[in-house]
Design a protein around this ligand. Sequence first.
Ligand code: GLU
Length: 473
Amino acid sequence: MGKVKTRFAPSPTGYLHLGNARTAIFSYLFARHTGGDFVLRIEDTDRERSRKEYENMLIEDLKWLGIVWDEFYRQSERFDIYKEYVDKLLAEGYAYPCFCSPEELEKEREEAKKKGVPYRYSGKCRKLSPEEVEKLKNEGKSFTIRFKVPENKTIVFKDLIKGSIAINTDDFGDFIIVRSDGTPTYNFVVVVDDALMGITHVIRGEDHIPNTPKQILIYEALGFPVPKFAHLPVILGEDRSKLSKRHGAVSVRAYREEGYMPEALFNYLCLLGWSPPEEDREIFSKEELIEIFDLKDVNDSPAVFNREKLKWMNGVYIREVIPIDVLIDRAIPFLKKAGYDVSDRDYIKKVLSHTKDSFDTLSEMIERLKPFFVDEVQIEEELWSFLEDSKAQEVLTLFLQKIEGNKPESPEEVKKIAKEIQKTLKVKPPHVWKPLRIALTGELEGVGIDILIAILPKEKIEKRIKRVLEKIA
Ligand code: GLU
């Protein structure tokens, strides 16, 4: 195999969808695995639907995922090149101008519908003589340019994932390669670009299988070598319908904002449709994936997206993979957004080192770590009854006395004090922990209370407990 070159070719018409992100990842990994190059190409020839903001977001999200490209192109900057190839197709009789109006075409479409047959263009303008074409152009009639599709020809290609695929040209008919506003269409420019950029492997979603025979015809008409195709299986939601907004967040951006680690999302998306050679392993770094990823291990059946599994994997990354300083860098914007004080990095480090096993995402972290960062905690009405108990008051009072001189600085020391209180007051462990937890966190469950006491500054502990004691006195 010569040097491989792959590409990811998103249209900037929306957020980067998880399915497209997986396509980008597989194309990137295959290029890197084989020592080849990877191209990012923004497919923005559709003026109406493309937006610069989406392009910026796509680029940011790809970078965030850790995808690195060797070459970058924007189709809207290549119109001159496409024009050259349209002219070539016209001159050589592979394409022709079509003057049919949208109304006429709509009529054709309706007739096909009535007859219950799939629509394809009648080919009416194919028969126009050069003089007629000239005349219509002179009259200023707007036109598109269509590719002349040979009739009843079966196009066969060998897909690296799906195997041999055969599609008859009668299924689609003459298709538009230049719109009436002069902009070229996807099926045409994709061929010109893939050929001129030297793409060897076209890796994309299986929804593009019906486009492939159209593209092969254009490759042949322009005398370009046909690349290899690898169409990735669709991603389904858990109800086995195509993954969409109905299934919840489906954009990379949404996961990023939710506090997912890019490495975890990258890793998880790889497992959608690809099986690692080592069966019992699921956690892989990007470098390891580059080492082992191969298209031959991509399955041809649909992959099911499991949100819970992704969340679990993110938790594994937070707990075991991401270095603490990187985690802090990523946590700070979230803490800040929640209004927490982030001026003391050492404090954040202490908190995160002790608590990072208690949340799976950074937005969960915000809730979980509230008692470490807020000034005062809110205690729900129904929890006051636990504090009004006379034993609870004794526990809290004794605890305050115990920490007066020296505040415990480790969970072990906190546990030791709790044991002493149990002994002195002759109470069971929950009678010590529960009032402390409610007074210090306002909640019945949450982060380890021994950890909270060990880390929280003494004044905050005293303030929270005194406030409770004053209220119930
Ligand atoms: N712009 C197309 C898309 O976003 C690219 C398809 C392809 O990879 O050929 O679906």
